[in-house]
Design a protein around this ligand. Sequence first.
Ligand code: AMP
Length: 280
Amino acid sequence: MKIVRNNEALEAFLSNYKLNNPSKSIGFVPTMGALHQGHISLINHAKTTSNLVVCSVFVNPTQFDKANDLENYPRTELADIEILHNNGCDVVYLPQFEDVYPEKNIDYNINLEGLDKVLEGKYRDGHFNGVCMVVERLLNLVQPDFAYFGLKDFQQVSIIKHMVRIRKLKTTIVPCPIIREKSGLAMSSRNTLLTDQQRLDATIINKTLEIGKKAYQEGHDYKKVREKMFTFFQSGNLELEYLEIVDNDTLLNSTILNSNTSICIAAYCGKIRLIDNCQF
Ligand code: AMP
């Protein structure tokens, strides 16, 4: 596995690869590190559909709305390199801030047509502007044929697809399923910040999603499905930020439940903010 730490090394490697392998495809997996099985599943998807797998590890400051969240974000570079090496990644890009943001004044503003004003966007001011900023920059640096994103970040996938469309980028965005722990808890780098007890408590999130899905399958309507989920969630001890049923395309609330609607939850387990979702 090739380890590159700046843009010059990345560009040198990729231009040489493209020159010698003009018909081969490049797959890209952007991450913020503290890698787990969820990230590995993206690498595995990339390996099945792309010839060269490039993974980036960069904790992107512009997408954090709270300074202490950025400060406390887990950073495990050595372990990440080992995981990537053991899981068939071909190139890991570990940039410095200046590589990703070379301009002194960062000025980026993208019109996400309201997709960024709902769900996470209501609570994390500027988050998706920061996400688009880093992803657009990384896609321009790597120029991959495919880029793989987890549906764990359901709204992020919609927004990145939108950004790629309006910026006319040549990368195809590939959404990948959510990977869960045995308990059902969606894997997340933030789970490492939970105590054992909190990890157990946090399973109320995925259990609530299951309750909602089951109620829908039993034929209950929007009102009843929501009511059952809220009642169940309140039996735990997490603090709910939102529980919404939304249309997969517009991300707006939907009272009609079908295979194109999703349930999205954000909740605090102690100080740790967790998100999860499922499709009906
Ligand atoms: P992050 O390092 O949290 O920025 O995540 C990097 C990528 O991994 C994003 O596309 C996430 O959606 C994806 N990801 C994170 N956790 C999971 C998971 N449990 N299952 C699938 N994909 C995930």
